[in-house]
Design a protein around this ligand. Structure first.
Ligand code: FMN
Ligand code: NAG
Ligand code: NAG
Ligand code: NAG
Length: 385
């Protein structure tokens, strides 16, 4: 009995040790707290990506906000995606001339040049935040020279989204797809993407079954019949013959699967747990990248590896790049920024670009391409605490 009482006495303390804040407290309440529900604060008051979540929470209705915000089950993976970056430390170098770093942020993704190594991840239903929906992402991505990957489940059709590209054909976009055993439908999707001049297909493979989405189910009950979707290596070999476009795999979560992707000549993979929306306790992209780095770092040379999940700051981007990740996707912050339309999306891109430059400068990097694992430090033993 005594130990039980002692346990109960300690419980509140244990629970209080790690309060989770949806976004860290950086004083937004003090400055913008009187923003009326259903309105947006001026865009110039938005000083970082987490602010867009705060603003959208007041502006969107509960079901729209919840659709963007939700994670699977108890949302452990959702929170862990955000918190994992905080478990990594930098090893900043001083006495390095880093002037001009802001003009040395560019990278190539599958051979296409972009101004920075981050891109807009494929997210469904941008129309919940703005009537122009995904068109805003395509336009802002073009203006800022970054990659946008529209989702198959976008509000607008892939044709309507691609029509927002400049006519000179200068903008590169990839198309995300979900595929199943209906080869006729798959062939149609590939043909449409090719016709729209998408440069690659992003095939999402982390959603073989429905996600356990309790927060979301309060607003839109799950479909009665769960669909279990076909995707295996034999299937990959087959669909590769159905299109001339490279097929990137999105949702790889272990070093074994990266190795298999190399063996099956996949051009690139995206390390992702789908923003913590599918399988709770699936690892954060930083943890997956670390597994690859610790067990088989050469994989980063053998295949282009991108990653997404929980990236909110320039520093988060740097931590993934340090392990060998080539480009980093951002999902929710752009969905929330889209409440402001194309200007909001542009503002989000510009904020993250600026953070990337100043953080790289303070890290002592004269050129983003020079980053490697010597710029970060972690404690593998303490990783899961
Ligand atoms: C509202 C929403 C819808 C999404 N829809 C898709 C989708 O249709 N296809 C897909 O591959 N990933 C989808 N994702 C996952 C994102 O591509 C990406 O993996 C994730 O958002 C990254 O985490 P972050 O939101 O913390 O940046 C979606 C994510 C969100 C938030
Ligand atoms: C992309 O950048 C590389 C290196 O900066 C450059 O050599 C190449 O010409 C560029 N390609 C295009 C298509 O602009
Ligand atoms: C919430 O907003 C979306 C987008 O405007 C709209 O489609 C939906 O009907 C609204 N839902 C409720 C419950 O008001
Ligand atoms: C497969 O897809 C095609 C094209 O979308 C459709 O016409 C057909 O009905 C589908 N077949 C099945 C079995 O669902």
């Amino acid at each position: 009995m005594r130990s039980w009482a002692a346990f109960l006495a300690l419980l509140p303390v244990a629970l209080a040790t790690r309060p989770f804040l949806n976004e860290p407290d950086t004083g937004i309440e003090e400055v913008l707290g009187d923003t009326p529900e259903g309105t947006l604060p001026d865009l110039e008051n938005i000083v970082g990506l987490p602010d867009f979540d705060w603003a959208a929470r007041r502006y969107l209705n509960a079901s729209s906000y919840t659709y963007y915000r939700l994670g699977a089950a108890g949302e452990w993976s959702y929170r862990n995606n955000l918190e994992a970056y905080g478990r990594f430390r930098f090893r900043p170098r001083t006495m390095v001339d880093i002037r001009g770093i802001e003009s040395r942020l560019s990278t190539s993704i599958l051979g296409y040049n972009f101004s920075v190594p981050f891109y807009i991840s494929p997210c469904a239903r941008a129309g919940l935040a703005h009537p122009d929906a995904e068109v805003n992402f395509m336009k802002a991505a073009n203006e800022e020279g970054i990659l946008y990957i529209p989702s198959l489940y976008a509000t607008l059709s892939m044709e309507e989204i691609a029509a927002a590209k400049p006519e000179d054909g200068s903008q590169v976009h990839f198309q995300q797809l979900y595929l199943d055993s209906n080869d006729t439908a798959t062939q149609e999707l590939f043909s449409r993407a090719e016709k729209l001049d998408a440069k690659a297909i992003v095939f999402t493979i982390d959603s073989a079954a429905d996600g356990n989405r309790q927060r979301g189910n309060r607003y839109s009950p799950p479909s009665e019949e769960t669909e279990y979707v076909l995707s295996d290596w034999e299937y990959y070999a087959k669909i590769r013959e159905m299109t001339k476009l490279p097929i990137i795999l999105k949702g790889i979560q272990t070093v074994e699967d990266v190795r298999l992707a190399v063996q099956h000549e996949v051009p690139a993979v995206i390390l992702s747990n789908h923003g913590g929306r599918q399988l709770d306790s699936a690892p954060s992209p930083l943890e997956i990248a670390l597994e690859v780095y610790e067990e088989d770092p050469e994989l980063f040379e053998q295949i282009e590896i991108y990653a997404d999940g929980g990236v909110r700051y320039g520093a988060d981007v740097l931590k993934l790049l340090a392990l060998g990740v080539r480009a980093v996707g951002v999902g929710r912050p752009f969905m929330f920024a889209n409440a402001y339309g194309v200007e909001g999306v542009r503002h989000a891109i510009q904020l993250l670009k600026h953070e990337l430059a100043i953080d790289a400068g303070n890290l002592g990097l004269p050129d983003l391409k020079k980053i490697d694992a010597s710029y970060v430090k972690w404690n593998s033993n303490g990783w899961y605490t």
